[in-house]
Design a protein around this ligand. Structure first.
Ligand SMILES: Nc1nc2c(ncn2[C@@H]2O[C@H](COP(=O)(O)OP(=O)(O)OP(=O)(O)O)[C@@H](O)[C@H]2O)c(=O)[nH]1
Ligand SMILES: [Mg+2]
Length: 389
């Protein structure tokens, strides 16, 4: 596949900083015999954070930065001086990024808002200097703590676009044509399947300066859940949409059947998607005459609002926008989108799928953690009991 600028999947190695070592030092000065302990604490190792940044739309900028290492804490010194704190690292990600552990497939966290900061890996705490261990019975402790070790994790960052309406349809259904008709987005349109190879977003202006966001994703076909066509990997981009707009061309033999096939594929990808509100648009209605349209309307699925549209002739577009707007603002949707924000379940990835997915995305190469020398004193640390300081 050609290199694309739309990157919605990357694997990176992250490592927080090791805590600095506490100092074991005795105060020494002229005319001060037995100065006592004055070893300072080690500094804390740097944390690794994720930070939502709405200036990014994809994960492209992370494709070439596969290692994110925070700084190590400095060691404690004499005169109770504390070691320097390790440098924290921030990974800027677009809003809608979900993080998984690359080894286990477990869901780790997600970032949905601009400026939101999530702690991914905590830096090691610095060890306590011997000054902390002075007691009445041991006035010259000759030990200090080493710092806590760093933490490492290889993570998969996955972008799930945040849009209000997601377009779902077979290739050539007219998804991109609709998006370009209602927004100023200009996706490629052509009369062959799989014109759209990557998702795009458009802002749809509505009355009184209001607007909503629509996501055009590549077409899906029957068997997509088994990997046919472009597979279902792009469906992740509609997981967060509050509403799914199914699109079936009016010149299809069996509209109801095609709708059910789409529904089946979406459900196979993630059954929770079937709980979302749906609207069905019969596209290319300029190819139908009134009589045919009447006949077809008699045999449409009943459980979903339907509308005939033609993006080319501009028919039914206002009506469609009205329906979408009403659905987006309906009480049930509002309630759900609030609770969904809180409870939206990102399922763990199954390990059997994970390696296949990594290969599909070209992310299956091992990324090695560089220099292992830092790991030296981990064994030694096991005996230590850390107290919160
Ligand atoms: N007559 C007519 N043709 C349309 C209409 N909408 C789209 N088409 C044509 O249908 C073909 C496919 O349109 P696209 O918008 O590229 O379809 P798509 O669903 O984005 O297709 P993929 O990106 O391949 O999944 C193009 O040749 C369009 O000109 C319409 O309302 N009326
Ligand atoms: Mg398209």
């Amino acid at each position: 596949m050609p290199e694309s600028n739309f990157v919605d999947y990357v694997k990176i190695c992250c490592r927080s900083g090791r805590g600095g070592r506490g100092s074991m030092h005795m105060h020494r000065a002229k005319y001060v015999p037995n100065g006592g302990p004055d070893g300072g604490d080690g500094g804390r190792g740097g944390h690794v954070y994720l930070r939502g940044n709405h200036n990014y739309w994809t994960l492209l900028h992370l494709r070439y930065e596969r290692h994110v290492f925070a700084g190590n804490g400095g060691n404690g010194g004499q005169s109770r001086s504390t070691g320097a704190q390790g440098e924290d690292r921030y990974i800027d990600v677009p809003c809608g990024t979900v993080v998984y552990n690359a080894e286990t497939g477990e869901y780790v966290c997600d970032v949905t808002e601009d400026g939101q900061v999530v702690l991914l890996l905590k830096g090691g705490r610095g060890g306590l200097g011997n000054w902390n261990f002075r007691t009445s019975t041991n006035q010259a402790p000759r030990y200090a703590q080493p710092g806590e070790p760093m933490r490492e994790m290889t993570v998969i960052l996955e972008l799930k676009l945040l849009a209000d309406v997601g377009l779902v349809g077979f290739p050539n259904a007219g998804k991109s044509t609709l998006l370009s008709a209602v927004s100023s987005a200009r996706p490629k349109i052509a009369g062959y399947p799989f014109t759209t190879m990557e998702p795009s977003l458009g802002i749809v202006p509505y009355r009184d300066g209001q607007s909503f966001v629509m996501a055009d994703i590549p077409g899906i076909i029957e068997g997509a859940s088994e990997g046919r066509g472009l597979g279902l990997r792009f469906l992740r981009h509609i997981e967060r949409n509050s509403l799914l707009l199914f699109m079936v061309p009016g010149d299809t033999d069996d509209i109801r059947h095609e709708y059910e096939v789409l529904l089946g594929e979406v459900g196979a990808f993630n059954p929770e998607l079937l709980d979302k509100q749906r609207v069905l648009a019969i596209t290319k209605s300029d190819l139908l005459d009134d009589e045919l349209e009447q006949m077809l309307s008699a045999d449409l699925p009943e459980d979903v609002p339907t509308v005939f549209i033609s993006a080319v002739a501009g028919r039914g577009i206002t009506e469609l926008k009205d329906i979408l707007w009403r659905a987006l603002n309906s009480e049930s949707n509002k309630l759900r989108s609030i609770t969904q924000q809180d409870t939206l379940v990102h399922r763990n990835k199954s390990l059997t799928w994970l390696s296949q997915e990594l290969a599909d995305e070209g992310e299956d190469e091992e990324i090695e953690f560089l220099d292992e020398e830092d790991v030296e004193d981990i064994d030694e640390l096991d005996d230590f009991e850390y107290e919160d300081v």
